[in-house]
Ligand binder design. Structure first.
Ligand SMILES: [Fe+2]
Length: 169
C-alpha cells in the first residue's frame, strides 16, 4: 500500500510532537531535582520555555490539517525511554548520566526536525517551515550548550565529590 506525502507528514508531525512532550517531562523532572548545577538548571529552564513554543508550532500544524497529536507510540520511545532511564535512577552520579542523556536527546530532536523539514517540503507544506527551522535552530543551540556543559559539569561533580559534598544532582 502506497502512502501519500500528506499522511507521511502528519505522522512526522505526530512523532515530533510526542518527542517534545517527552522532552518536557524529562526536563521538568530534572529541573525539580537539580540543586548543585545552576548552569545546567538555567539551560534546562530556558529550553523548557522554548519547548513550549516548539510544541505549540507542531500543534498548530496538526490542527491546520485537522489532525490530532497521537498517543505515545511505544516502539518509537523504546530507545529514548531506555536512554532516559539512565538518569531516572537515583545514583551518586545522577548528574553525569542526565548530562549524557540530555546530549543524546537534543541530538535525537535535531534528527527529528531535520527529517520533518524534508517531509514538509516533499508534502508541499510550506506554511510551517520557518517555524520548524526555528525549532531546529533551538535544538542545535541546546545541543551545543549541553555539549559545552559536559566538561564543566564533570569538573564540578569531581570537585564536590572529592571534597565530600553532595554531588549527585
Ligand atoms: Fe530540545
Amino acid at each position: 500500500m502506497a502512502l501519500d506525502t500528506q499522511s507521511i507528514y502528519v505522522t512526522a508531525l505526530q512523532n515530533t510532537h510526542a518527542v517534545e512532550m517527552q522532552a518536557l517531562q524529562i526536563m521538568e523532572r530534572q529541573v525539580e531535582r537539580l540543586q548543585h548545577y545552576p548552569e545546567m538548571e538555567a539551560a534546562l529552564r530556558r529550553h523548557i520555555t522554548e519547548t513550549h513554543g516548539q510544541r505549540d508550532r507542531l500543534e498548530a500544524a496538526l490542527s491546520s490539517l485537522s489532525a490530532l497529536p497521537s498517543t505515545l507510540k511505544e516502539g518509537f520511545f523504546g530507545f529514548v525511554g531506555n536512554m532516559m532511564a539512565l538518569g531516572h535512577t537515583p545514583a551518586q552520579d545522577e548528574i553525569l548520566k542526565n548530562t549524557y542523556a540530555n546530549h543524546a536527546f537534543e541530538n535525537f530532536e535535531i534528527a527529528a526536525y531535520t527529517s520533518l523539514l524534508v517531509i514538509a517540503e516533499a508534502a508541499g507544506q510550506s506554511a510551517h517551515l520557518s517555524g520548524f527551522q526555528q525549532s531546529l535552530r533551538e535544538e542545535q543551540a541546546m545541543a551545543e550548550k549541553v555539549a559545552a556543559l559536559i566538561r564543566t559539569t564533570t569538573l564540578r561533580y569531581l570537585e564536590l565529590s572529592i571534597s565530600g559534598q553532595k554531588a549527585d544532582r
